[in-house]
Design a protein around this ligand. Structure first.
Ligand code: NAD
Length: 264
């Protein structure tokens, strides 16, 4: 059924839209007829209709303020915010083997991940939230992770930021529901490769799990009941649905999208 979601002409802001999940969310929202602003550190240099790029560090409040002002100035409204930008540096609480002290969590790792994964969504939601409350409508979709629900060996800082984002989602939904604003989160599991899975990331994760990069890759889909990793388009489809009026009674919750993967 064409236009089932009714996203034509909706103004959507996607953070981290130049790579991976974010790039697919941008593409899928554009396919649905939305006007999409990609808020990222770098552009993907593509030339698409109804697509705009605004170079922004989501962890910088002055930059976020300027970006949101520009969007409101040119569109007079914002309908959808997708807080997708995120980073993941695998780190151990204690490097028991003592071979790679750089993989034991340090203040700089905590600061960077808290800044991007938490302050970023807070700054965007606050600045766009002001517009949402003024116009009495809007949807925030926070991209968290199954790691935030279940924990993850070698990725505790990342998991903690994603758990906190799940907490923000619940609370913001309670604060903003009366203003006709929904706040939802999605928690993807293991997906097709994205920019997040760099060689440096895999090397660090393999060390924290006392395994090798090759073995790590072999293990990825074994724990998934559906027997394969998730497609970026499957995640973007869920985001489009949650951004639309078709999900008008869903708020304050986290939708898990993991092919059935869960604890135990
Ligand atoms: N890939 C997975 O398997 C997976 C699973 C669960 C959740 N997630 C979450 O999905 C989101 C997207 O991940 P991805 O795998 O597509 O990663 P990715 O690295 O491919 O893309 C992340 C994008 O965010 C941008 N970004 C990073 N820091 C930024 C900053 N300070 N300001 C603005 N933009 C910034 C990057 O430039 C990049 O374009 C993240 O929040 C991640 O935690 C990913």
């Amino acid at each position: 059924m064409r236009n089932w979601l009714g996203l034509e002409g909706k103004v959507a802001v996607v953070t981290g839209g130049s790579s991976g999940i974010g790039a697919q969310i941008v593409a899928s929202l554009l396919e649905e007829g939305a006007i999409v602003y990609n808020v990222d550190l770098h552009d993907d240099d593509s030339d698409k209709m109804n697509y705009y790029f605004l170079k922004t560090n989501v962890a910088s409040l002055p930059e976020v303020k300027k970006t949101v002002e520009k969007i409101v100035e040119s569109q007079n409204k914002i309908d959808i915010l997708i807080n997708n930008a995120g980073i993941n540096l695998p780190r151990l609480l204690v490097d028991v083997k003592g071979e790679k002290p750089e993989y034991q969590m340090a203040t700089k790792d905590l600061d960077l991940m808290f800044d991007v994964n938490l302050k970023g969504p807070v700054y965007l939601s606050q600045e766009i939230g002001k517009q949402f409350t003024a116009q009495k409508s809007g949807v925030i979709v926070n991209v968290t992770s199954e790691a935030g629900q279940e924990g993850s060996e070698g990725q505790s800082i990342y998991a903690a930021t994603k758990a906190a984002l799940i907490g923000f989602t619940r609370s913001w939904a309670k604060e903003l529901g009366k203003h006709n604003i929904r706040v939802v989160a999605i928690a993807p599991g293991i997906l097709e490769e994205t920019g997040l899975r760099t060689p440096a990331y895999e090397e660090a994760l393999a060390y924290t799990r006392n395994t090798t990069v090759d073995k790590l890759n072999g293990e990825y889909s074994k724990s998934i009941p559906i027997g394969r990793v998730g497609k970026l388009r499957e995640v973007a489809d869920l985001v489009c649905y949650l951004s639309s009026e078709k999900s008008s009674y869903i708020t304050g919750t986290t939708i898990n999208i993991t092919g059935g993967k869960s604890r135990g």
